[in-house]
Design a protein around this ligand. Sequence first.
Ligand SMILES: NC(=O)c1ccc[n+]([C@@H]2O[C@H](COP(=O)([O-])OP(=O)(O)OC[C@H]3O[C@@H](n4cnc5c(N)ncnc54)[C@H](O)[C@@H]3O)[C@@H](O)[C@H]2O)c1
Length: 355
Amino acid sequence: MKTLSTVRFGIIGAGQISGYAADSILRHPHAKLIAAQDLNPERLQALKDKYKLPVTYATAKELFADANIDAVYIATPNKFHVPLAKLALEAGKHVILEKPFAMNAQEAEEAIALAKKVGCVLTLGMNQRFDVNSQQIKSLVEQGVFGEIYHAKAYWMRRAGIPKLGTWFGNMELAGGGSLYDIGVHMLDLCLYTINNYEPVSVVGATYTKFGHRGLGEGGWGMSERSDIKFDVDDFASAFIRFANGATVTLDTTWACHTALGNKDNVEIFGTEGGATLRPARIFRSGKTPEASYEIVDQVKAPLAFPHQDRFHNFINYLRGEEKLCTEISQGLVVQKILDGIAESARTGKEVRLA
Ligand SMILES: NC(=O)c1ccc[n+]([C@@H]2O[C@H](COP(=O)([O-])OP(=O)(O)OC[C@H]3O[C@@H](n4cnc5c(N)ncnc54)[C@H](O)[C@@H]3O)[C@@H](O)[C@H]2O)c1
């Protein structure tokens, strides 16, 4: 890959997350925001005005044809992630794609093959990996502090956190899934990244739709307009995943449920020499001598895996040849396969083999 000195971006999708992306990109001294495109002209104009974009386009194809753009960020409803990524790659653009990667693993594999063929970078903007607490625990795992990690619990439980009802988020055809693919993907990705285990062998899972179809549990995320679109995705999912080395992971994810806290997300890891949580970073281990009492470390001191907390800065620094890429696309494929396996297991009531 030819390194770039300045990375010039185009944004596809001018919805709620795009502003956070624009802020990040513009905070980097070697990045520029050139253009954006959205099917909704008002949202597109608002993004253009706020970030003083030189140009907007009516279609993604026109943006991809702009020779002044090196890289594109795709933040549309999930159904369009891979089709748009493929068009961008064919036009020779590097791509940072929002989560979830794809509607299914087959689509994801096609995008990976195309990126390889055209020699462009394809990655996912897994922002949760950059949180300071996550980076610290990741560093300690790499140092072997926890010994053999044999189990982890990943969860994101919201009491009333369904993205805006009546939008694409709640529709299977446009989103591919509900809480599982929207926020379960974050915690599963963060968990596998932390324990560095990408060899799942089987999964069993269940999904439930108990709130959204009744018009309950809205949390408000999302700028797309409401319509009478059908809510037919999960708002609760639970899964058990086995790995080749014998380790196991549980994943629980809810957009809405009756629970103590309004919003709680975490990854908890269990190792032979210690355990840890990521939100916040805490360590649990035996005292250093048999007499010493049990040790709980609340003020974790550990090196950061990256000198910043920003997915776009990682992508830009990588394209400039200055930093390793945090999210390998092959890791995104493994996460996608597990999510697909959970959904299949939920449909069939059976365990799904992944290897
Ligand atoms: N990383 C995160 O933490 C995070 C947070 C929120 C959303 N997301 C992801 O970002 C993506 C967008 O989410 P959002 O919250 O901004 O949604 P949103 O509903 O606020 O905005 C989506 C935008 O996409 C536009 N759009 C729809 N189809 C399009 C197409 N074919 N081409 C171009 N534009 C199109 C819509 O008009 C809308 O402006 C989703 O994939 C979502 O999962 C990620």
